[in-house]
Design a protein around this ligand. Structure first.
Ligand SMILES: Nc1nc2c(ncn2[C@@H]2O[C@H](COP(=O)(O)OP(=O)(O)OP(=O)(O)O)[C@@H](O)[C@H]2O)c(=O)[nH]1
Ligand SMILES: [Mg+2]
Length: 386
């Protein structure tokens, strides 16, 4: 299931809701809509307008409220848009009501992210994980979709869904459940292989350093700088989808003049409101994080929303089981104007992955933390010199 929802340069109007009744993290604002716009651009769409609504609570039917939906419809018609993208997660019935009201296709943030992932996934495990996430997203929405189909064909929903429609729906559900089970099986097999690899690695006692952070923070650029690799780094969101590990020889890592061997892992970037089934589906590759000896949390220090980005990443690091792993906050892009220049905390460094500034200090600090960890559990992380 890798069909993309967006054709090239499909014009879209964005919408977000900030409701007092919503969890603070679910609320939309100009900054989350900016991010949604980047996501849309990444997916190959063209943002032509946006609507931000404030209400006490979401409207059960049209989410942003009837008046705002009318306003949005006018904007869509004036701009010739064929798509509406909502910053918040919509229920199946809201999606349906809105697409009737607006006269265009309606998708939410999760669908957009899944779409980008579907297009980007390049390795086998990456593609399996995306497909699993898409089916998990689809399953609870199936009945709504069927209702929509029957209402389009003029059959009233209750009768239509009780008759042959329900049979069809059950068949689809069974089919999807079977597919989900098969995907989970296959991913499970891949995870077992990864575990074997990991055990081999542990025997070799080479420290593992994982790069983690918000999308576009500069993880891949730093990965390339540390390992001499040429992994693609680009100014798109979710440039990296697959976990890549490379052996690197890091000078001065263990306080020795010689270089020390380490395994450095580049991971998929995080983002606000990352669909939960996507995190679950990506557990196979993100699992690597749990076994890292050191986490480098990369933050784009030039981004005005860096604190929020760091908070989102922090939460996901804990959720993925690496909350207690020694960690360095790496404030990247210090070469840029507007980069945060305040004094940093104890386990924090200011670097530029692009120019190399501060990388020496990062390696020294990394070495110190790995050394402390090695002393705490001497069988692990023996100094390995190359
Ligand atoms: N000026 C400047 N730009 C940087 C620096 N590090 C990375 N960039 C740029 O920031 C953008 C994102 O870099 P990536 O390394 O792809 O970021 P990432 O964290 O791997 O992003 P995803 O894989 O998409 O999550 C690219 O355009 C890089 O060239 C830096 O230190 N300074
Ligand atoms: Mg990357």
């Amino acid at each position: 299931m890798t069909e993309t929802h967006l054709k090239t340069k499909e014009k879209a109007v964005l919408a977000g809701l900030c409701a007092a009744s919503m969890d603070a993290r679910e609320r939309s604002g100009d900054d989350t809509l900016d991010e949604l716009e980047s996501l849309l651009l990444t997916a190959g769409g063209e943002p032509v307008g946006r609507v931000l609504q404030n209400r006490r609570a979401p409207d059960p039917r049209t989410f942003i409220g009837d008046g705002k939906a009318k306003e949005m419809k006018n904007l869509i018609e004036a701009e010739g848009a064929s798509l509406a993208v909502f910053d918040n997660e919509l229920s199946p019935s809201q999606t349906r009501a809105l697409s009737d009201e607006l006269g265009v296709r309606v998708i939410d943030r999760s669908t957009l992210i899944l779409d980008i992932f579907a297009e980007r996934a390049s390795t086998r495990v990456g593609r399996l994980q995306v497909e699993l996430a898409q089916y998990k997203y689809l399953l609870p929405r199936l009945s709504g979709m069927w209702g929509h189909l029957t209402s389009q064909t003029g059959v009233s929903a209750p009768i239509g869904t009780r008759g042959p429609g329900e049979t069809q729906l059950e068949t689809d559900r069974r089919h999807i459940r079977r597919r989900i089970a098969r995907l989970e099986d296959e991913i499970g097999g891949i995870m077992r292989n990864l575990a074997t690899e990991r055990r081999r690695r542990e025997k070799n006692e080479i420290p593992v350093i994982a790069l983690v952070g918000y999308t576009n923070a500069g993880k891949s650029t730093l990965f390339n700088r540390l390992t001499g690799a040429e992994t693609h780094a680009g100014d798109r969101l979710f440039d990296t989808l697959d976990t890549t590990t490379r052996r690197a020889s890091l000078p001065g890592l263990m306080g020795s003049a010689r270089s020390t061997a380490a395994l450095v892992t580049d991971t998929v970037g995080f983002i606000r409101k990352l669909p939960h089934h996507l995190i679950d589906a990506f557990r196979a590759t993100l699992d690597e994080l749990r076994y890292a000896d050191l986490v480098l949390h990369v933050v784009d220090a030039s981004n005005p929303a860096r604190l929020e980005h760091a908070r989102v990443t922090d939460e996901l690091i804990s959720e993925l089981g690496a909350g207690k792993t020694p960690r360095i906050e790496v404030f990247n892009k210090c070469d840029l104007q507007g980069a945060d220049a305040r004094p940093l905390g104890e386990n924090a460094v200011s670097v530029s992955a692009a120019t190399g500034e501060g990388i020496g200090e990062l390696l020294r600090l990394a070495g110190r933390l790995l050394e402390t960890a090695r002393r705490a559990s001497p069988d692990k992380l023996q100094k390995q010199e190359m």
